[in-house]
Design a protein around this ligand. Structure first.
Ligand code: CO8
Length: 270
C-alpha cells in the first residue's frame, strides 16, 4: 500500500479498487492463495473503505474476489501459524473486527459478491455485508475448529443473528460447507446467480440504491444496525429519531414534492 503524490490516491498491492459512475468495486486480489486475508490485505481493505466511504460520488461498494474459484479462503493460515500467545490472538481478532465495524458504520451499502469459496474469515467478511450475493459455485463455511481456533472475525455473532442459533452452531461445530442453494434457503444470502452474472447483478443493485436519497440510505442502514444491537423498543426509538432526521432533510422535501409533481427527484444529499 502506498500513496501517490499528486492525487493522494492510495495504490494497493493485495486488492484492486475500481470506481465506476455511482459505485466502486473492491476485489481481493491474491488468487494464488484463494484470496486469503493476510494482515496486509485486511489493512488495505480498511484503507479502501475509509477512502470510498468519504467519496460522495460512490453510493455503494461491491466487494468480490479475484478469479473464478474463491471470494476468500479466510485468514492467511501461514500468519495464523506464526501466532504464539493468547494476547497475539486477541490482537489479531481485534484488528480484524475493526474493519467490519467500519463496514457497518459506512453511510453507503456494501454488497458482497461471493464468487466461490467463502471460508473462515472469508465467510465472516461476507456476513458483514449489507447485501450478500452468491454465484452458483459459491461455498460457505466456518472451518476454524479444524485448525484449533474459533471464528474470530464475527462468525459466532453474525451467523446466528442471520440464520438462527441451532443452524449456526451446527455449521461452526461441524465445519461443514454449505453450497449456494442451501445458503439461500437458510437466509444467509440474498440471491444466487450464475457466476458470469454475479457482478452485473451486484452492479444493478448498486445502481438501484444510487437512485435513492443518499441520507435516507445512510439513515435506514444505521437504524437497522442500531436496532439489531438493542431491544426492539429501543430499536424503534432509534427509528423514530432517524425518521425525524430524514424528514428534516432537503432531499425529503424534494422527494415528496417530486412525487406530487409527477417528476423524478433530484437529490442533493442534504
Ligand atoms: N491461507 C493461506 N493459504 C491458503 C489458504 C489460506 N486460508 N487457503 C488456501 N491457501 C493456499 C493453499 O495452501 C494452496 O497453496 P499452494 O498452491 O502453495 O499449495 C493454494 O492456496 C490453493 O489451495 P488448495 O490447493 O488447497 O486448493 P483446493 O482447491 O484443493 O482447496 C480450499 C480449496 C478448500 C479452499 C482449501 O484451500 C482450504 O481448505 N483452505 C483453507 C480454508 C480455511 O480453513 N479457512 C479458514 C482459515 S482460519 C480463519 O479464517 C480465521 C478467521 C478469524 C481471524 C480473523 C482474520 C481474518
Amino acid at each position: 500500500m502506498s500513496t501517490t503524490g499528486s492525487s493522494e490516491r492510495v495504490t494497493y498491492t493485495n486488492i484492486l479498487v475500481e470506481r465506476q459512475d455511482v459505485f466502486a468495486t473492491v476485489t481481493i486480489d491474491r488468487p494464488k492463495v484463494l484470496n486469503a486475508l493476510s494482515h496486509a490485505t485486511r489493512a488495505e481493505l480498511s484503507q479502501a473503505m475509509s477512502e470510498l466511504g468519504s467519496e460522495q460520488g460512490v453510493r455503494a461498494i461491491i466487494v468480490t474476489g479475484s478469479g473464478q474459484k474463491a471470494f476468500s479462503s479466510g485468514a492467511d493460515i501461514a500468519e495464523l501459524e506464526a501466532l504464539e500467545t493468547a494476547q497475539e490472538g486477541f490482537e489479531h481478532s481485534r484488528r480484524s473486527h475493526e474493519l467490519l465495524f467500519k463496514l457497518h458504520a459506512l453511510s453507503k451499502p456494501v454488497i458482497m459478491a461471493v464468487n466461490g469459496y467463502a471460508l473462515g474469515g472469508g465467510c465472516e467478511l461476507a456476513l458483514a455485508g449489507d447485501i450478500i450475493l452468491a454465484s452458483e459455485n459459491a461455498q460457505f463455511g466456518l472451518p476454524e475448529l479444524n485448525l484449533g481456533i474459533i471464528p474470530g472475525f464475527g462468525g459466532t455473532q453474525r451467523l446466528p443473528r442471520l440464520i438462527g442459533r441451532t443452524r449456526a452452531l451446527e455449521i461452526i461445530l461441524t465445519g461443514r460447507r454449505l453450497r449456494a442453494p442451501e445458503a439461500l434457503e437458510m437466509g444467509l444470502v440474498n440471491r444466487v446467480v450464475p457466476l458470469d452474472e454475479l457482478l452485473a447483478t451486484a452492479e444493478g443493485i448498486a445502481r438501484t440504491i444510487a437512485e435513492k436519497a443518499p441520507l435516507a440510505v445512510a439513515l435506514a442502514k444505521q437504524a437497522l444496525y442500531d436496532g439489531l444491537e438493542s431491544s426492539p423498543r429501543s430499536g424503534c426509538e432509534a427509528e423514530m429519531a432517524y425518521f425525524g432526521l430524514a424528514v428534516g432533510t432537503a432531499d425529503r422535501r424534494e422527494g415528496t414534492s417530486a412525487f406530487l409533481a409527477k417528476r423524478a427527484p433530484e437529490w442533493q444529499g442534504k
